[in-house]
Write a new protein. Structure first.
Length: 198
């Protein structure tokens, strides 16, 4: 084969593989149709799948260490906080060594919340146990804080759920990513007071 035919065959295979990658990746991960955007979107999607896998492995490990596994679902008990008792929440800002984008995490025993900038939007990921009505609480918090939900993906496995939001920042929004993550984390607490309520 000539060099030109070999190169043409390589490009054809590359384009076929990119089409397969694009078809396997949810559309909101891929912003444009160029090769770099497709590969970047696939990388983001794989990172999210990796987070789901880690959450499931962690849950599996907790179940295996549990002294009395029960086949029936157990109710999720949220911590009852008095006004003077702060929640046990860990805020961890991530710099360039963790992400190429600006991001923040806010984790507790009830949920893990991650927010990061992606272009002109915010990617918000929440991993927790399934709690009836929790998605409505999160969306209500986002709307109160001047965010607009552009896309929502919900992935579940047994009693664990991953909510992946793509949200638009409205002009009137004055929160940092750390504050956003904390406000979403507060939605898991009973009778929570949010930033815009004060």
């Amino acid at each position: 084969m000539s060099h030109i035919a070999v190169e043409r065959n390589r490009r054809r295979q590359m384009n076929e593989h990119l089409k397969v990658l694009r078809s396997l990746t949810p559309c909101f991960y891929i912003k444009r149709g160029d090769q770099a955007s497709i590969i970047g979107g696939v990388i983001d999607f794989i990172k999210e799948l990796h987070q789901v896998l880690q959450a499931l492995e962690s849950k599996k490990q907790r179940k295996s260490l549990s002294p009395s596994p029960s086949p029936s679902p157990r109710p999720v008990l949220l911590p009852q906080l008095s006004p003077q008792q702060p929640p046990d929440i860990n805020i961890n800002s991530f710099g360039a060594e963790h992400f190429k984008e600006l991001g923040a995490c806010c984790n507790s025993s009830v949920a893990d919340v991650e927010a990061k900038i992606s272009g002109s939007n915010v990617l918000l990921k929440v991993i927790s146990k399934q709690i009836p009505g929790q998605i409505v609480k999160i969306i209500t918090v986002l709307e109160k804080l001047s965010f607009e939900v552009l896309h929502l993906n919900i992935s579940t496995m047994e009693d664990t759920v991953l909510y992946s939001f793509v949200i638009k920042i409205r002009l009137e929004c004055q929160l940092s990513l750390e504050e956003l993550a904390l406000e979403v984390q507060k939605s898991f607490l009973p009778n929570a007071v949010y930033a815009n309520d004060i």
